[in-house]
Ligand binder design. Structure first.
Ligand code: ZN
Length: 138
């Protein structure tokens, strides 16, 4: 009986789309963390940036990630990337001052949640303009 390797193991060498060094991907095009720059890719990040302004799973758009790498900076997402991620994934999670928060699309609006408390916004724009930590959500 032939021994098949796991298609989800990172067995295939490929070129990192950010630093250009060798990294490893599974049979579906998802890479492990690049050993040189730390980037992870899924093979579709040029289109993700074009259509949604983000990358997967790193969030930072590919062109900006390349720029940050060239400048020797860490990959860092902006608030706009966060909102683009929210619009694509319908849910974003984050830590702030050692506390865990979630922002989610729900039937009745955009929910900012933390430890059982929630604030509800009418729309993403309402969240962008009025969302804050320190009121009902601390
Ligand atoms: Zn890399």
């Amino acid at each position: 009986m032939d021994k098949k390797c796991n298609p989800m193991e990172y067995n295939n060498a490929t070129k990192c789309e950010v630093c250009g060094n060798i990294t490893f991907m599974d049979d579906y095009g998802n890479t492990d963390k690049c050993p040189h720059c730390g980037w992870m890719q899924d093979g579709g990040n040029e289109l993700m940036e074009k259509w949604h302004g983000i990358s997967y799973p790193m969030l930072v758009p590919l062109s900006r990630a390349r720029e940050q790498y060239r400048k020797g900076q860490k990959f860092k997402a902006t608030f706009e990337d966060f909102i683009n991620g929210l619009n694509w994934y319908k849910e974003m999670l984050f830590w702030h001052n050692n506390k865990y928060y979630a922002v989610r699309y729900r039937d009745t609006g955009i929910f900012l949640e933390s430890r059982g408390a929630e604030q509800i916004y009418k729309s993403v724009d309402d969240f962008v303009n009025n969302g804050n930590i320190g009121g009902a959500i601390d």
